[in-house]
Design a protein around this ligand. Structure first.
Ligand SMILES: [Zn+2]
Ligand SMILES: [Zn+2]
Length: 233
């Protein structure tokens, strides 16, 4: 079995509370291998303490990508798109360039990066990840839409999504392009459509920090992640 550890669970907001203090970031641990996804400005542990074997980066916003602002030196292989690496002020030393829809294997995990709509300036990917036991999850902490939902959301056991908003609209439009964050309820509709049984939302925004209890009462089958939450998959 593999273990998920939510190191941080809030979005790029000033507000915080004891359960949501750090920017969204997750560790997937299987067979002594530790994969870290995203590492932003507010983190509970330094990279040396996390002891990750590899790092994946979704996009170059400061709540996901420390190298935008800080020259952190590490030899841990860091997987990111060419656009992300070229956007930051600094770069990880051991960059591994990834491309949308190109499968790769790191340790025991099979990874497919795929395009999601979220930012006009910082192209974003989500990750579809399969464990040794063929458990399949997707990780989209920041998302307006998944470009190829049919291909990506088929065969998924666990959807980890963007908790920036429940009822308020955080989707913006410039010319014909959309950016921002879609509602949790829209993402739950995707889960229904693709028969994904389990969902966890991270990257909580101001609305969810204020209405966490109310949300959980209404959606008792949906988990809201909190800093330090661990689950076995
Ligand atoms: Zn974010
Ligand atoms: Zn973002």
């Amino acid at each position: 079995m593999a273990k998920l550890i939510f190191l941080g669970t809030k979005g790029d907001i000033e507000e915080e509370n004891t359960h949501h203090r750090y920017h969204s970031s997750i560790i997937i641990e299987e067979d002594d291998f530790r994969l870290l996804i995203d590492y932003g400005r507010k983190h509970p542990l330094e990279l040396g303490e996390i002891k990750a074997d590899a790092i994946l980066i979704t996009h170059a916003h400061p709540d996901h990508y420390i190298w935008l602002e800080q020259d952190i030196k590490t030899l841990i292989p860091t997987y990111l798109t060419e656009k992300t690496v070229n956007y930051g002020k600094y770069k990880p030393i051991n960059c591994k360039i990834i491309q949308n829809n190109q499968i790769f294997q790191i340790g025991p995990l099979e990874i497919i990066p795929y395009p999601v709509l979220h930012s006009l300036r910082c192209p974003t990917v989500g990750f579809k990840i399969k464990t040794l036991e063929k458990f399949c999850l997707v990780y989209n902490p920041d998302v307006v839409d998944i470009v190829e939902k049919d291909k990506i959301l088929t065969g998924v056991n666990l959807f980890i999504g963007d908790g920036s908003s429940w009822k308020i609209n955080l989707v913006r439009r410039r010319d014909s392009q959309f950016f921002g964050h879609t509602r949790i309820t829209t993402q739950l509709n995707w889960c229904k459509r693709f028969k994904i049984k389990d969902s966890i939302f991270t990257h909580l925004g101001k609305e969810l920090l204020e209405k966490e209890r109310e949300f959980s009462k209404q959606f008792s089958e949906v988990k809201l992640a909190y800093d330090g939450m661990e689950i076995w998959i």
